[in-house]
Design a protein around this ligand. Structure first.
Ligand SMILES: [Zn+2]
Length: 788
C-alpha cells in the first residue's frame, strides 16, 4: 500500500528517528546479533580464538599393519592387526578404546533395538471407501527380519601385547576397551595386536556403508569392505575418548596414521584399496602393468581390464589365493573392494605437481555409464576441490561400483548408480552418478583430510562437501541439475515443521539430507554470494581448509576462521542458520512516498488542488449531487465563502514566499529546490532469519537500480525495519530478492505492488471404482464377443 503524504523537510528527520525504535525490550527480547561467545567453548592453547590450531595443539596417531583374508565361499573376513598407538596428548592413559563397528549388525545391537517401528501409514486407494490398506515395502520387511537373524559383528579372538602376552579387553556394544598393564605416558607409544573375524553383511538386503552384493546372473560377488578392522577410537582435547556409540547415522571419529595391509583373496579377484599397490608384479598381468604405465600420461581414461575381459572373468573359477599388499601414508581409515567382475579404467592426473592416478572399477552392469563418466568425474573433483581448499595430497583416487549407494574412504569410494539392464538410462541416473562420484571423491578433503568429528557433527563434512560439490557440478556443464546448493531449493525445507538446528548431534538430526547436507551447503553458498562476496569467502574458506588439513577442527574453529580471515563478524549468520530453525521470509509491508513541499505557492497550491480534485467522490456525494440545493433556490444566502478558492495564489502568498527565501542559506535553498521524492520502504521479518535486503527498484521511466543492504540493517529491530530511498524519479515497483539468492520461502510478499504468484494446475476426473456387488455382476456377464 502506498500512502501519499506531503510534509516539510524538517519532518523527515523525525521519520528516520522513529524507525530506529529498539526491539530489545523486556516484553519481546530478540537479539539476533548477539555474539556467540556464550555458545562456543572458551579458546585455549589447543584451539585459538582466531579459529586456528593453537601453539599446543596435539592429536594422537595410530599405525596399522593388517593381514586379512576374504573367504568368497563363506563371505567372512578373518584377520590380524598390529596397532602402534602414539600418545601425543599431555595425559597418561590407563586404557585404550577401539571401535568395533561391525557390531552394528549384531541382532541385539543398539541400532537394531532402538530402531523405531516403520510407518504403517494407511494409504487408501482413491475412491475406495471399504478398505484402508496399510503398506510397507517388501525391502523394509526383508531388512527387518534379516537384521534379527544375521549373525554379524566382530568376533575378537585374541588381544595381545607386543610380546604376545594376552591383554585384558572388554567389549561395550560397538566399542572395545583394552586395559594397559601400565599407564601410557605422554609422548610414549605402545604396540598391541588383535585377531578377529566377522561375517560380511549382504549390503543390498541389510544396508550398511559396506558389504557384499550377489549377482544371480553369473553367481559372483562384489565386496566393498569398510569398518572392517578394530580401529582406534579418537582421543582429543574436546571429548577425551570418543564415546558416542555407533548407531548407524553418525559416522566416524578417527586418528591419522600409516597403514600396511596384506589382503588375501581368490586368485582371480581384482582388489582396489586405500593406498598404493606394493606388489603389482605378483598380482597383475604384464599387460595390465603395461596399460597402467600407459594410463599415467594418457589424455583419456585407459582400460586396465576391458569390458570384454571382465565379461570373460565372470565365468572364471579360482585356482588358489593371491595376496595384494597396499601401503597408505597419513590416512584416517582403510577400505577396499574385491571381485572378479571388475572392469577397470585409469588416467594419471596432475594436481599442482602431484601425479594422481584416477581409477574406476565397476561390473558390466555399470556400462556404458561407468567407463564414460566415473574417472572423468574423479579428475574434475580433484581439479575443483583443490582450487577451493588445498592440492590433493594422495597418490590415488578411486571410484568403485557395487552395492553401496555412496560412501567415502581415503583414496577410495563406493558409488551405486547403474543404467538399466539394456544399457539405457534416465537423466536422473546419469547426473546421479556424476554427482555421487564428485561427492564421495570430494570427501577426501572433508573429512578424510580436514578430519572433523563426524560422529558429533554431520554438517562439518557433509555440509562443506555438498557446498563444494555444488561448485564442482556447476563447472561440469552449464545449468547442471544440482539438487542442493541453490537457495530456492532449500526454501520448502526451511519452512517445514519437524526440524532441528544444524548444530544438533548426528544421531538426533531430523530430515537428515536437508539438515546436514542441503541447509549448510546452501548457507555457505549464500555466505559466499550474498553476504561476503566470492573473494572474501574463498580466501577465508581456503584458510580454514589449510589450517585444519590433517588436523581435527571443531565447529567453533570453522566459525572463528571464517570471521577471522574475512574480517566480518558473522555471529548473526551462524546463530540464525546453524543454531535456530528460523527461515527466511521477509516481506515488503508497504511503501510510503513523502514528496517535498517547494514552499512556492504557485507550485504547492497547484499540487494541492490537483490532489483535492483527484480524491474520489464518495457514494453519498455522487447520489446527493443532483438534489436541488437551498442556496440555489435562495441565492442571497451565498457569501464570500461560497466562491472562495483556497488554492488561488494571492499577492500576499507571493510576498511571504519571497520573505521566506531571504531567511534561507544558499545550501538550504538548493535542498528546497532539489525536487526529490522520499520513499520509505517498510520491511517485516516474518521467518525470523535476519538477512541482507536485496532490492531491485524499477522506475516509471523504464530504468532500474539494484540495492544491496547488509543484514546489519536489522540490528536495532530484528523484525521491522524501513529503508529510505531518495530519488527524483517515480518508483513503479520494488522487488525483494530479485535473483532468488536468500532462500526466501514466500515470494508472494516480496513485491511492491503485490503480484500474483504463478503456478499451473490440471483438472482431473475422480476414478470411480465398482462396488463389490458391481464387481460380482461383471464377473457373471462375460464380455461381448468381438470386443477388443
Ligand atoms: Zn557425504
Amino acid at each position: 500500500m502506498t500512502l501519499y503524504t506531503r510534509l516539510l523537510l524538517a519532518c523527515l528527520l523525525c521519520v528516520s528517528a522513529t524507525s530506529r525504535a529498539a526491539a530489545q525490550s523486556k516484553s519481546a527480547p530478540s537479539d539476533k546479533f548477539r555474539q556467540l561467545e556464550e555458545e562456543l567453548p572458551t579458546p585455549n592453547d589447543y584451539r585459538t580464538a582466531s579459529g586456528a590450531p593453537g601453539n599446543r595443539y596435539w592429536q594422537q596417531r595410530a599405525d596399522y599393519s593388517i593381514d586379512a583374508e576374504l573367504d568368497d565361499a563363506t563371505r567372512r573376513i578373518t584377520a590380524k592387526e598390529a596397532v602402534t598407538y602414539y600418545n601425543n596428548s599431555p595425559d597418561a592413559l590407563n586404557y585404550l578404546w577401539l571401535q568395533l563397528d561391525q557390531n552394528l549388525f549384531e541382532p541385539g545391537s543398539e541400532a537394531n533395538t532402538t530402531r523405531a517401528a516403520p510407518s504403517f501409514t494407511p494409504t487408501p486407494e482413491p475412491g475406495d471407501e471399504y478398505t484402508e490398506s496399510r503398506r510397507i515395502p517388501y525391502a523394509t520387511l526383508d531388512r527387518l527380519l534379516a537384521s534379527e537373524t544375521f549373525q554379524g559383528g566382530h568376533r575378537v579372538t585374541a588381544v595381545r601385547d607386543a610380546k604376545g602376552n594376552p591383554l585384558r579387553f572388554t567389549i561395550v556394544r560397538t566399542m572395545m576397551r583394552i586395559d594397559l598393564p601400565a599407564p601410557l605416558a605422554p609422548g610414549a607409544n605402545t604396540t598391541f595386536s588383535v585377531e578377529w573375524n566377522y561375517l560380511i553383511n549382504d549390503a543390498k538386503q541389510l544396508g550398511g556403508r559396506s558389504g557384499y552384493e550377489f549377482f544371480p546372473r553369473d553367481g559372483n560377488y562384489i565386496y566393498e569392505i569398510a569398518q572392517w578392522f578394530p580401529r582406534m577410537a579418537a582421543y582429543n582435547d574436546v571429548s577425551g575418548w570418543q564415546h558416542k556409540q555407533f548407531l548407524g547415522s553418525g559416522e566416524f571419529t578417527l586418528e591419522f596414521g600409516n597403514y600396511r595391509v596384506r589382503l588375501t583373496v581368490p586368485d582371480d579377484h581384482v582388489v582396489a584399496a586405500t593406498g598404493v599397490l606394493q606388489n603389482p608384479q605378483e598380482v597383475l598381468t604384464a599387460q595390465q602393468r603395461q596399460r597402467l604405465k600407459q594410463a599415467e600420461t594418457a589424455r583419456e581414461p585407459v582400460f586396465i581390464i576391458t569390458p570384454q575381459e571382465a565379461k570373460q572373468n565372470e565365468s572364471s573359477k579360482p585356482k588358489g589365493k593371491k595376496t595384494w599388499v597396499f601401503q597408505a601414508e597419513n590416512v584416517r581409515d582403510f577400505a577396499f573392494a574385491s571381485s572378479r567382475k571388475f572392469i577397470w579404467d585409469a588416467q594419471g592426473y596432475n594436481v599442482e605437481g602431484n601425479r594422481v592416478m584416477a581409477m574406476s572399477l565397476s561390473p558390466a552392469e555399470g556400462e556404458p555409464l561407468w567407463s564414460k563418466y566415473s574417472t572423468h568425474a574423479i579428475m574434475h573433483t580433484l581439479n575443483v576441490y583443490s582450487r577451493y581448499s588445498f592440492a590433493y595430497p594422495y597418490p590415488v583416487a578411486q571410484s568403485i561400483n557395487g552395492p553401496v549407494g555412496g560412501m567415502e574412504y581415503p583414496m577410495i569410494c563406493f558409488n551405486g548408480p547403474r543404467p538399466e539392464p539394456d544399457g539405457t538410462y534416465t537423466a536422473r541416473i546419469k547426473y546421479g552418478l556424476i554427482s555421487v562420484v564428485i561427492h564421495e571423491v570430494g570427501h577426501n578433503y572433508f573429512p578424510m583430510i580436514v578430519n572433523s568429528d563426524e560422529r558429533q557433527w554431520t554438517w562439518m563434512d557433509e555440509g562443506l562437501n555438498t557446498f563444494l560439490q555444488y561448485l564442482a557440478e556447476q563447472e561440469w556443464e552449464t545449468n547442471y541439475p544440482s539438487r542442493r546448493g541453490e537457495p530456492q531449493n532449500i526454501a520448502e525445507y526451511m519452512a517445514s515443521e519437524a526440524q532441528v538446528p544444524i548444530m544438533t548431534n548426528s544421531e538426533s538430526v531430523l530430515q537428515f539430507g536437508n539438515n546436514a547436507y542441503g541447509k549448510p551447503a546452501t548457507a555457505l553458498n549464500i555466505l559466499r554470494e550474498t553476504v561476503l562476496g566470492r573473494e572474501q569467502f574463498d580466501f577465508a574458506f581456503r584458510e580454514y581448509a589449510r589450517r585444519w588439513k590433517f588436523k581435527r577442527p571443531m565447529p567453533a574453529d570453522f566459525f572463528h576462521t571464517m570471521e577471522d580471515a574475512s574480517g566480518v563478524d558473522l555471529d548473526w549468520f551462524w546463530r540464525g542458520w546453524f543454531y535456530t530453525t528460523d527461515h527466511v521470509d521477509i516481506a515488503i509491508e508497504g511503501v510510503r512516498l513523502y514528496a517535498l513541499d517547494t514552499r512556492d505557492p504557485e507550485v504547492d497550491k497547484a499540487a494541492q488542488r490537483k490532489e483535492r480534485e483527484s480524491r474520489p467522490q464518495t457514494l453519498s456525494q455522487q447520489r446527493n449531487a443532483p438534489l436541488p440545493k437551498r442556496v440555489d433556490e435562495f441565492p442571497t444566502l451565498k457569501d464570500f465563502y461560497n466562491t472562495y478558492d483556497e488554492f488561488a495564489v494571492t499577492e500576499r502568498d507571493r510576498e511571504e514566499y519571497q520573505k521566506f527565501l531571504q531567511t534561507l542559506t544558499p545550501r538550504e535553498r538548493e535542498l528546497l529546490k532539489s525536487g526529490m521524492n522520499f520513499y520509505v520502504v517498510e520491511f517485516k521479518n516474518i521467518g525470523g532469519l535476519v538477512m541482507p535486503l536485496i532490492l531491485r527498484v524499477d522506475y516509471a521511466d523504464g530504468t532500474n537500480e539494484e540495492m544491496r543492504i547488509p543484514a546489519e540493517i536489522w540490528r536495532y529491530d530484528n523484525f521491522n525495519v524501513s529503508k529510505l530511498i531518495i530519488t527524483k524519479k517515480e518508483i513503479a515497483s520494488i522487488t525483494l530478492d530479485p535473483h532468488l539468492e536468500t532462500a526466501d520461502t514466500d515470494l508472494s510478499n516480496n513485491g511492491f505492488p503485490r503480484r500474483p504468484v504463478k503456478s499451473r494446475f490440471q483438472l482431473y476426473k475422480e476414478r470411480v471404482r465398482p462396488n463389490p456387488m458391481q464387481r460380482e455382476q461383471q464377473k457373471q456377464q462375460p464380455e461381448a464377443p468381438g470386443k477388443p
